[in-house]
Design a protein around this ligand. Sequence first.
Ligand SMILES: NC(=O)c1ccc[n+]([C@@H]2O[C@H](COP(=O)([O-])OP(=O)(O)OC[C@H]3O[C@@H](n4cnc5c(N)ncnc54)[C@H](OP(=O)(O)O)[C@@H]3O)[C@@H](O)[C@H]2O)c1
Length: 292
Amino acid sequence: MTSLRIAVLGPGGVGGMLAVLLARQGHTVTCLARPGTAKHLDEHGLRLSSARFGELAAEVGGAERLTGPVDVLLVTTKATSLDEALERVPADVLGHAVVVPLLNGVEHLTALRERYPAARVVAGTIRVFASRPEPGVIRHDGQLVAVQLAPGGEELADALTAAGVDAAVRADEAGLLWDKLCFLAPMALLTTRAGTPLGPVRDQHGDELTAVITEVAAVAEAEGAASDPAATRDFTWSLPDGMRSSMERDSDEGNPTELEAIGGAVLRAADRHGVDVPVTRAIVEELRARLG
Ligand SMILES: NC(=O)c1ccc[n+]([C@@H]2O[C@H](COP(=O)([O-])OP(=O)(O)OC[C@H]3O[C@@H](n4cnc5c(N)ncnc54)[C@H](OP(=O)(O)O)[C@@H]3O)[C@@H](O)[C@H]2O)c1
């Protein structure tokens, strides 16, 4: 397999985990990060503690800015720090690279395509439970690590598959992005509003959760994605009671949340298509007022 030059912008839970797995396959991985993190990673590399992969370490480069060509740029910041982080990646240095954002949400694709017109921006999603408990250390909970990429992501998908990730390319970009949001947005919005894991939300606000699942599915359809709200509901009801969303976790810890990238994006898409989403709108408005 070809050795790829890969830059990872935002080497946290998601980016750090993929950085370790790809670097161990012989790809040249440079993590683009804030000064302290960049220095730490450059000097000490990254460690991954994973139920699926075991204890792994990898040498990676750490840099504050992209200074040379790469084949692939993985964008793995949170939405709240995306604009600031992109300052580290000048368009003329990035050139024709493949850019794969793995953020939750849908609106970052347009922003990236405007900013990097010469690059090939390929939609992607990841399903995983990963976190960065301390600098240079990544924790992966459970067995799940599944990446979906739109066409253009074939080479990266091969590299990820070889690294042990469940990676696939699928043709429909809208379906890929909205499949994730159809499940994530209802679960994130309701757990964040309640300040609890999923179990109590299902018990106490099951009707609202179902209503939001139905509304987001209607928006997805309007965006050109096939959706199956009954299947999303079944899946949501099959998950453990203790499941938390990262939005609820961020809110609980007083960190900025991805409310706009997830809930705000659903409302804006609904407005574009004239889809009525009263339950979702009320919850997003309540959270906007509360979280600022
Ligand atoms: N974690 C998951 O299990 C998971 C699953 C599916 C989807 N997602 C999505 O994936 C995205 C990333 O989530 P995450 O959990 O991996 O986030 P995270 O652990 O908080 O990692 C974000 C990384 O971005 C870095 N960063 C922040 N500001 C930066 C800047 N200005 N320049 C460069 N780097 C900067 C942080 O650096 P420091 O290390 O220096 O703080 C951190 O390493 C989100 O959209 C999330 O919703 C996450």
